[in-house]
Design a protein around this ligand. Structure first.
Ligand code: MN
Length: 401
């Protein structure tokens, strides 16, 4: 039976706050969680989701056990957030891979909720296994926006699914056949926001030892900016100790995704690329065509039909203060239960930024950190035509009381 030879690394990055990422790296199970919701909430949500899933899988080390454990983690985080006011509204992404018994030998069971990711690294090539449950990626999949637009989209941090924010959760789950000599990577968006797939593949190629690979990935993300908490779990699939070195290798080159039987009932957009979805019992499904109709409509529908759209990930935004660009803490327009507070004023009037960016600033450009917001202001300023930009200072004024 193959096992994982796994290692993990994590860093808080430039967030100057607690690590809201949590992970587990064992011989049979790998987990990464990226929490959100207030200062304490994200940390509590991520760590307890990892603990609950790990404990549940230890009790029931099967594919069913992994899925059931995810539901347990969801219920626990949700219940905790309902009883503790300081933790109210917390949630977390959750991605996991486990070696489990299958009908024809061992399988890798995978599950995912949110925008943390799992990758397969085989023969020097990196293949993303998960899809992000984020508004922007849903728009990308629908062909509504381009990849370039997605990277700077004001709502790029909005998740469409997370663990612990509702009584029920919709979970992607599917299986792969494990191949000795291949490698899995599970990571939070702190890595994938800073490093593209080519960079990640290069680091995995250059570091045969999983521990070296995990820490090299973190270092590269930090070098590139490290604007968020960063977590990487790297696991080589190796032969277990009680068996001959020559594991019967499968004939096919790439492991084929095998879907659970019920997946066939679920319509898929791209059959090869999309993992099967198992829906929560009684959970209402709303197509994203509806959601995309307009953002205002989303808010109305979200309230009306119970679609869970997660706004709490971004904590700063670049918006307007008396016609000048400004940095706020909170959400544009005081969405949900937060009222934004002005953090930094600038001397950059709206009329002096590129017309294309004015609507974005008016609606508020969400950022995960103050540093990221500052960077956005600098970018807006640098995009000025030279004649207009001359004589302007290049940094925002000091933080507001
Ligand atoms: Mn993150």
């Amino acid at each position: 039976m193959p096992i994982f030879r796994s290692a993990s690394a994590t860093d808080i990055g430039k967030t100057r706050s607690a690590n809201q990422d949590a992970m587990y790296a064992g011989e049979m199970l790998l987990i990464v969680a990226d929490g959100m919701g207030g200062h304490a909430g994200g940390e509590v949500a991520a760590q307890s989701a990892v603990n609950e899933l790990e404990a549940a899988f230890r009790e029931q080390p099967t594919g069913k056990g992994l899925l059931a454990g995810t539901k347990v983690a969801n219920r626990e985080v949700f219940a905790h957030s309902e009883t503790d006011e300081e933790l109210h509204g917390m949630g977390t992404t959750l991605v996991a891979a486990a070696l489990v018994p299958g009908r024809n030998g061992e399988k890798i069971a995978l599950m995912n909720v949110g925008d943390s990711r799992a990758y397969l690294f085989e023969d020097g090539r990196l293949e993303r296994l998960t899809e992000d449950h984020s508004l922007v990626e849903e728009m990308l999949r629908q062909g509504e926006i381009t990849e370039a637009a997605a990277e700077v989209h004001p709502y790029r941090h909005v998740l469409t699914r997370a663990v612990g924010i509702n009584e029920r959760v919709e979970v992607d789950s599917w299986t792969l056949t494990p191949v000795v000599g291949t490698r899995l990577l599970l990571c939070s968006d702190g890595l994938t926001n800073e490093c593209d797939d080519a960079v990640i593949a290069e680091i995995l190629r250059e570091n045969p030892d999983p521990a070296d690979a995990a820490s090299a990935l973190i270092r590269r993300a930090l070098d590139h900016g490290g604007n968020d908490n960063i977590t990487a779990v790297v696991a080589d699939i190796v032969a277990g100790e009680n068996e001959p070195i020559e594991m019967p290798k499968r004939q096919e080159k790439a492991p084929r995704r095998e879907r659970p039987p019920r997946a066939e009932k679920t319509p898929e957009i791209a059959p090869r690329a999309q993992p099967a979805r198992i829906k929560g019992i009684g959970q209402q499904m709303v197509t994203f065509r509806v959601v995309l109709f307009s953002f205002i409509l989303i808010l109305v529908l979200a309230a009306a039909i119970g679609v869970t759209v997660w706004f709490d990930k971004a904590t700063y935004f670049v918006g307007l203060d008396h016609n000048n660009v400004a940095i706020y803490n909170g959400r544009p327009g005081g969405l949900l239960w937060f009222q934004p507070t002005l953090v930094t004023e600038t001397n950059l009037p709206l009329q002096q930024i590129l017309p294309a960016n004015r609507a974005l600033v008016r609606s508020g450009m969400l950022e995960t950190s103050y540093d990221a917001a500052t960077k956005t202001v600098t970018n807006l300023r640098n995009e000025l035509p030279a004649a207009v930009g001359a004589g302007q200072t290049t940094s925002p004024s000091a933080p507001h009381g």
